[in-house]
Design a protein around this ligand. Structure first.
Ligand code: C2E
Ligand code: CA
Ligand code: CA
Ligand code: CA
Length: 278
């Protein structure tokens, strides 16, 4: 009867079935991806709006599958969260990003921060702190050159736990920034107590910044909030001259986006920094 049922599904709903099959296949493949060395990190520069200097890069993971091709993190990170695979994958990202940043420093590039995205599941792991300590120790990278990006919605899931964790990380000398800021409804009074260095304005507010009055209001409000709380503010997803112009006029500190550079390989980062230095 089971066999029959399966045949029926395949016959009447081929689309749904192939979607499920794809998901199943990806989940299976995801289990092996780490051991097979299929993940790579790209890095996207973050630029100081006043000096034009690249002071940091964000590490962004890619899955290079031998037959399925390049798979976006939007596709496999949620899957990795669901299955718990995000913990070993996130650990790899942390180690690799720290190792790479130390390698750039050893090659003579001016010291930069490397920013690593931390997902909710990783953040709730009791041994996150020791994982961070190990990544720093193994790589030899100083803590001040590592920043962790946590999303506003992650913090709001359990504010007390998040603040305790962020305090411990800050105690190590690691910086923390709030990613996707403006999308997660954190109360302004709570924000004051967060041990964070930066706010990252979500790119959904930057897309139509040149024309949308509401987005302009949100962006300029976040910028002045940051100034009042002595936090740096970075805009993500910056693509056009008009957006840069708006951010400059409103005294935003930093930007990241295709306007300056897409996420690129570690070698290309080294070349680009050399070029900017002249
Ligand atoms: P995110 O942390 O909000 O990262 C920003 C995303 O915007 C990146 O997409 C980046 O490539 C893209 N982006 C940057 N500049 C522009 C621009 O000017 N225009 C547009 N349209 N997009 C821009 P990406 O690399 O596909 O990553 C998507 C998401 O996947 C990230 O969003 C993050 O939530 C997650 N992710 C990526 N790498 C990791 C990782 O190592 N660990 C975890 N836990 N999550 C990751
Ligand atoms: Ca991010
Ligand atoms: Ca974001
Ligand atoms: Ca995001």
């Amino acid at each position: 009867a089971k066999e029959l049922g399966r045949d029926n599904v395949q016959f009447y709903a081929p689309e749904l079935n192939s979607k499920n099959q794809e998901k199943f296949l990806l989940q299976e493949e995801l289990r092996n991806a780490l051991a097979r060395g299929e993940f790579v990190l790209l890095y996207q520069p973050q630029v100081d709006l006043r000096s034009g200097r690249v002071f940091a890069v964000e590490a962004l993971i890619r899955w290079q599958h031998p037959t399925l091709g390049l798979i976006s993190p939007m596709k496999f990170i949620p899957m990795a969260e669901e299955s718990g695979l995000i913990v070993p994958i996130g650990d790899w990202v942390l180690h690799e990003a720290c190792r790479q940043n130390k390698a750039w420093q050893d090659a003579g590039l001016p010291p930069m921060m490397v920013c690593v995205n931390v997902s909710a599941r990783q953040f709730k792991e009791p041994n996150l702190i020791s994982r961070v300590v190990n990544a720093l120790k193994d790589s030899g990278l100083e803590a001040q050159y590592l920043e962790l990006e946590v999303t506003e919605s992650l913090i709001m899931q359990d504010v007390d736990m998040a603040v305790a964790m962020m305090n411990e990380l800050q105690g190590l000398g690691v910086r923390i920034s709030i990613d996707d800021f403006g999308t997660g409804y954190s109360s302004l009074s709570a924000l004051k107590t967060f041990p964070v260095a930066r706010l990252k304005i979500d790119k959904s507010f930057i897309n139509d910044l040149a024309t949308d009055k509401n987005d302009q209001a949100v962006a300029s409000a976040v910028i002045s909030l940051g100034q009042k709380l002595h936090l740096r503010v970075i805009a993500e997803g910056v693509e056009t001259d008009d957006q840069v112009e708006f951010l400059r006029r409103n005294n935003c500190d930093e930007m990241q986006g295709y306007h300056f550079s897409k996420p690129i390989s570690a070698e290309n980062i080294a070349e680009l920094i050399d070029k900017v230095r002249g």
